[in-house]
Unconditional design. Structure first.
Length: 295
């Protein structure tokens, strides 16, 4: 009875092992890196192909029953299996493989956002509301840590237009209209939701926590016409990094084209070194997605 959150811990430890492996690689500790990378795949032991969700197991290895992926805190910390199935920040290619391919992953995640949107992407107006029966069955909860990366998963699964669509929708529903009397609808502890609001509104997010040697920032749908990131000269060679958007509006939330320092960019991410070197990312916005068939 003591250990009730084991499935969630397994998922978090898998990511932490992967993060430690990145340090071991940089230190030249190849044997340690190999062990840690092997352990980072432990999330696979929780994926139940019959239900399509990460599912708690008993001590003997049997699946926990009865199983409802929307049940709150049944093996997962402040969340449910529907939310935590997406917590594989270090290996979304592996998660897609388990689900049967990227197209299936995208379709499932898109449906989860459709459902969560009916509740404003949060489990009520406060952290305490999360435990209420009418709120806690949500499949994506942007009021707490487990779901904060989900809108940007589409970028690495081949559907960046859905990252643009849903990150904007989340900002509008859960991270707008804030003030002294109308705070964040969720668990704004340690500045989580405030920091996430900034990242989503400037259109940058690190899926894997930025622990690799040259971290990657996923590009979303910035709200502003111009964003200037001042770079500390004690640590970074560039003076500033600017993000400029053209024709940006509530309707024009989809990226039509990108260019970095005047050169066309055909990817929806930036390397840390590209940002810290200084420069300008230019984004042409429009009212509908630009799909591969349009290029």
């Amino acid at each position: 009875a003591f250990h009730l959150d084991g499935a969630g811990q397994t998922l978090e430890y898998a990511y932490q092992d992967w993060a430690l492996a990145q340090l071991a690689i940089e230190l030249g500790h190849a044997d340690d890196a190999a062990v840690l990378l092997g352990r980072s795949r432990n999330y696979r032991n929780l994926y139940d192909p019959q239900t399509g969700y990460m599912r708690p197991r008993l001590v003997n290895g049997d699946w926990y029953t009865p199983f409802d992926p929307r049940d709150y805190r049944k093996g997962f910390v402040e969340s449910n299996a529907a939310q935590m199935t997406w917590f594989v920040p270090h290996d979304y290619a592996g998660l897609a493989e388990l689900m049967g391919g990227s197209e299936i992953l995208v379709a499932r995640l898109d449906q989860a956002f459709e459902e969560a949107g009916k509740q404003g992407f949060t489990s009520g107006n406060s952290h305490d509301d999360e435990a209420r029966e009418q709120n806690r069955r949500i499949p994506i909860n942007y009021g707490n840590q487990p779901s904060i990366e989900t809108a940007f998963i589409f970028n690495v699964a081949g559907a960046p237009e859905l990252t643009q669509k849903w990150s904007r929708a989340v900002v509008e529903a859960a991270y707008s209209g804030l003030g002294p009397h109308d705070g964040y609808s969720g668990d704004e502890d340690q500045g989580l939701m405030g920091a996430l609001a900034v990242l989503m509104k400037i259109g940058l997010f690190q899926l894997d926590g930025g622990v690799t040697a040259n971290p990657v920032y996923q590009v979303g749908s910035p709200l502003f016409d111009r964003i200037t990131i001042e770079l500390n000269p004690h640590y970074y060679p560039g003076h500033s990094f600017v993000i400029e958007t053209r024709d940006n509006s509530g309707a024009n939330r989809y990226i039509q084209s990108l260019s970095l320092n005047g050169k066309p960019l055909s990817r929806y991410f930036l390397y840390h070194s590209e940002i810290t070197s200084g420069g300008c990312l230019e984004i042409q916005m429009g009212p509908r997605p630009i799909l591969d068939s349009d290029k």
